[in-house]
Design a protein around this ligand. Structure first.
Ligand code: KIV
Ligand code: NA
Length: 263
């Protein structure tokens, strides 16, 4: 089976909505692979899988380890791996070196990094040297300390030209798609109309060229989630129920029963 390619994603703009989800492990990647064009190994894994307070402590080695697991669990989807905080901002050379490591050690199809106009020269440098880059604008979680928390972007219409310029800059630099996170719906629509590459929305607009969510959030495995998350499942409640039943069965010695022992 051939994996989804960069040109296929680019051609989806204006055609069919792109389905994207995160995954961090092989079994979850296998489930997502059956339905999505893109699996993102997001640095959200720091919080979702490792219980970190933010994405800032995530390392390149962590991204590669989870990236390898997701590649093993998937066959068809394009796997995109997030570049973690500190692994690409310093220079185009640093970004290329670390992205090349991610691609060489995982076999993934592309990397993602946060930032607009500021990162455009870096994106150009990487793409020219063979690394497909997905950009990420609007609310960029790695900049949480600068932004003063997670704030919806573009509430003040005066800021729209800056956000539009960010999206246009990454597109002109050669990014093959761009995540638009946590922005006012009308701004997301403007960005989607303005750029020639697919926009992948999260907390953005139904008119983006695709959508992405954190898998654990939409499955109901996370505690509190932002309002832009729709819970398509309640796996957290169901897991809690199953674990409670297991604990009760151990305590009343009804587990294991005749069928679960070797005689
Ligand atoms: O880290 C992540 O999961 C992401 C998506 C939410 C876009 O960057
Ligand atoms: Na991320």
């Amino acid at each position: 089976v051939k994996r989804v390619t960069v040109p296929q994603i680019m051609q989806a703009k204006g055609a069919a909505p792109i389905v994207a989800l995160t995954a961090y492990t092989a079994p979850m990647a296998m489930l997502v692979d059956a339905h999505a064009e893109i699996i993102l190994v997001g640095d959200s894994l720091g919080m979702v899988v490792h219980g970190m307070p933010s994405t800032l402590g995530v390392t390149l080695d962590m991204m590669i380890l989870h990236g390898q697991a997701v590649m093993r669990g998937s066959r068809r989807a394009m796997v995109v791996i997030d570049m973690p905080f500190g692994s690409y901002e310093e220079s185009p050379e640093q970004a290329f070196r670390n992205a090349a490591r991610i691609i060489a050690e995982t076999g993934c199809g592309a990397v993602k990094l946060e930032g607009g106009s500021r990162m455009a020269p870096t994106i150009r440098f990487m793409v020219d040297r063979g690394i497909p880059v997905m950009a990420h604008v609007g609310l960029t979680p790695q900049a949480t300390n600068v932004m003063g928390g997670f704030k919806t972007q573009g509430r003040d219409q005066a800021s729209w030209p800056v956000h539009l310029a960010d999206a246009q800059a990454v597109a002109e630099a050669g990014a093959f798609s761009v995540v638009v996170e946590g922005v006012m719906e009308a701004l997301a629509d403007r960005i989607t109309e303005a750029v020639p590459i697919p926009t992948i929305g999260i907390g953005a607009s139904a008119r983006c060229d695709g959508q992405i969510l954190v898998l654990d959030d939409m499955l109901g495995l996370s505690g509190r989630v932002p309002r832009f998350v729709r819970k398509f499942g309640d796996l957290g409640d169901r897991a809690d129920q199953a674990i409670a039943e297991y604990a009760a069965a151990v305590r009343d010695r009804s587990f294991p029963d005749d069928t679960q022992v070797y005689r």
